[in-house]
Design a protein around this ligand. Sequence first.
Ligand code: ZN
Ligand code: ZN
Length: 1001
Amino acid sequence: MLELWERESTFERLREQNRGGPTWSFVDGPVTANKTLGVHTAWGRALKDVFQRWKAMQGYDQRYQNGFDCQGLWIEVGVERELGLNSKREIEDYGLAEFAHRCREKVIWSATELTRGSRRLGQWMDWGNDYLTFSDTNIEYIWRFLKHMHEQGWLYLGHRSTEWCPRCGTSISAHELVGQYEDRTDPSLFVRFPLRDRPGECLIVWTTTPWTLPANVAAAVKPDAVYGLQEDGEWVAVDRYPDETYVRRVRGSELVGLEYEGPFDNLPAAQGVTHRVIPWDDVTLEEGTGIVHIAPGCGAEDFELSRVNDLPVLTPVDEAGRFYDDYGWLHGISTGEAAEQIAANLAERGKLVSSGEIVHRFPFCWRCHTPLIFRISDDWFLSVDDLRPKLLEANATVDWTPEYMGKRMDDWLRNMGDWNISRRRYYGLPLPIYECGCGHVNVIGSRAELEERALGGLDQLEELRRPWIDDVPIRCAECGGEVRRIPEVGDVWLDAGIVPFSTLGWQNDQWVPGGYATGASAGISGADLPDHAYWEQWFPADWVSEMREQIRLWFYSQLFMSVALVGEAPFRSVLGYEKMLDEHGREMHGSWGNLIPAEEAFGRMGADVMRWQFCAQPPDRNLLFGYGPAHEIKRKLLTLWNSVKFLVDYGTIEGFRPSYDELAGGPAVERPLDRWLVARTDRLVREATAALDEQLTFRLLEAFERYVDDLSNWYIRRSRRRFWEGDEDALRVLWYGVVQALRVVSPVMPFLSEHLWQNLVRGACPGSPESIFLAGWPEVREPDAALLDEVAEVRRVVELGRKARDSAGIKHRQPLPTLVVQGARLAGGHADEIAEELRVKEVDFGDVEAQELVVKPHLPALGPKLGRELGTVRAALAAGEFEELGDGRFRAAGHELAADEVFVERRGREGWEVVSDAGLTVALDTALNDELRLEGQVLDLIHRLNSMRKDAGLELTDRITVTLPADQADLLAHADWIKNEVLAVEIEVDGGGREPSIAKV
Ligand SMILES: [Zn+2]
Ligand SMILES: [Zn+2]
């Protein structure tokens, strides 16, 4: 199919066909270009393709620009691993220019791989005109944004305690911590802080981060809590140890101001620090001792307390998380290694009360999986307070699916702190900040501005990137002195967040052909930089779609930048979806051996089945992806395949020529069953359209599955004889049903549906569209609801009849005398069909007699409805105290219960099997006589002979002769019937054989 589309330029023709039509604007979230295509990424890409194909079939003019995320920690960490570099120093020794080139090569490799995988998935994009976030174009747009932020007074240098990755040597901002918490075992220490002026008394504190103890400067108590002194001289909160005996009790406020001996006063760093007790309302009485150890250099809250209480700030570890020299025997060791030594040292000096271990949630670096620490650092921030109300307002204009994800965004917007945008790394957006010694902060807004203000170094400026950009000093706008760029690079979410501006040409005067192929992306992309009119046309996006975690990442950074620049949300609607796990519900990890590479999935399950699996998933639940579910999908597709094969086989025999025009409006047919399938098909089209309108692909597939069941297990099953007899109406109707169904499922399964379109439509109808995707989205009349309801009820009766047979243990081929149907309102005209389907001689619509009725509550439905009344109703039902109201409704203990709120069991008289469901009851007479038994044997024989025909590889039209063993001679009473069913010209009985046999004539 890929070749066919390529050869016939199907995608280009589709775009051409829609050009100038109504627009539907899609903006792609960039995929990180550091790997091959994984099944996780394939999920999102499949959804994007489904909706773009669907909108294209509806005639919408669209953008198909794919995006790659090309710089930042993601790329760096991967390249470091490949080069065997383990620290920032090693990167610098390797050389930043060389490192930048390696990073770019990695991006090119990955972009090529991702493109190949995505094409194989069937994704139609404007490949080769991708936007790459490391282009100078993208970087300039972020510069412009940062300059704007600076002009508003929203850019500042913060000095604070932040989450820090010691391996990556950089701070990590709050949104990057999402989902990065894992259970971890840490030491748990209880430590003595002896009070200076009260010999024999000491505070007891609890910590799970022993490495922070050398930086201790204070101990916090809750002012209004009660603290008690135990006989052994230890102070703790009474609420924490209510059963202990205390010699004295005081309020926390009375302890405030006391001085104590620090845990590591002997280290040079702690010299001159006065340790004292401070008040803090947020001290928890849920864990620990109620006295909290405070190290402002190692914790965010601690740092805030240092400002309020004017505490000294000790920063014990460097960028790599190793102790500084003034920490004596600790110097040079990491925070992890220090824990044990610190505990041992405290024990030696009699300061350790006890030590143990604790398992708690702990954050890890999202890129390299190193446990994070807190560290004081100077970082650049964007302040959010002024923007917060506007962000909330903008989010209120967005239509989120599932809805709760919009609420999550609201929660995030209400609670997030300022955005830490600086990273102490190399291969990233160079922050255009030039902080001058005179105190002035210069922020450059474009390359042109940089060139204008540069004092040199422009000739070597290969890209707007380190190391080259660092050698372009500028003149300070305030003092005129030379000033150099700060060394930091930007948070990657700036790169992705600017996309709705940088790719659409916001405030760009002139369309620049190839404008995106600048800087690092030169030679990789051919994408133009459009002009502002284009931005006006395509902004905001009508639709974006990514995984839930993007709420705080891409969705957020886009929203933030968009609200800051133009005051509105950059998208109108969002489809989010939850996580992908393996089929047993575990995370997928390369090291656990359960990660499925997309390449392997293409080979073992095929792109269509992968897409089906992605689309069958409700977006509010995790997708359990794997080969087991794929197998199940293939089984479902087999039913469709068999129906198509049936159409092709009989169509070929009869030389059937479908008419393309019948797809519009449906074939005009008279028989109720034919009219029903046309209506049933039209309903499918409507259900599918509604499902996609709601962005719920799983509903489309549910509707499709129900339809295929109706098509195969009702229409074809009920029409077999007409196909054998070459009834053209049956073929027309079946063709209509199959083709329309393929059209609505084609966005999900483009390969199979296009393949079948080529055979069933293009090859059969001269002048028809050459691709299913060029044929538009089907439009159908309002289906005949009455007819659909009627047949739906008939099918329910038949299902109940089958259940009755199963529970009576009578096989489906054995004819039975009577079926009584009670509660059917629409199926009355279908007695013959029901009789035939259930192999009963007679169907009566009326009351099922002499039955025992058992009604049980459906608890999940009734519980919420009845509340505490449930018990009463339950008891009444159990005691048989209820009244039947018709339509499956009951009244018990004064409450009316609907059909779907109860389970009903009816037990039949002797010899009758009774089954009920939601207001419908059938009773099957199971009494057999000789004649019925004989008919049952004849049907067994017919079945057997037809299987033999199939096994012998006979054509559907081949005639045969049949030879029966002597003991089956009595079946000859029905010889004509048998001949007719198995296309036999003759049946004879041969005394010698023990089994029947057939021979082709
Ligand atoms: Zn890291
Ligand atoms: Zn200056």
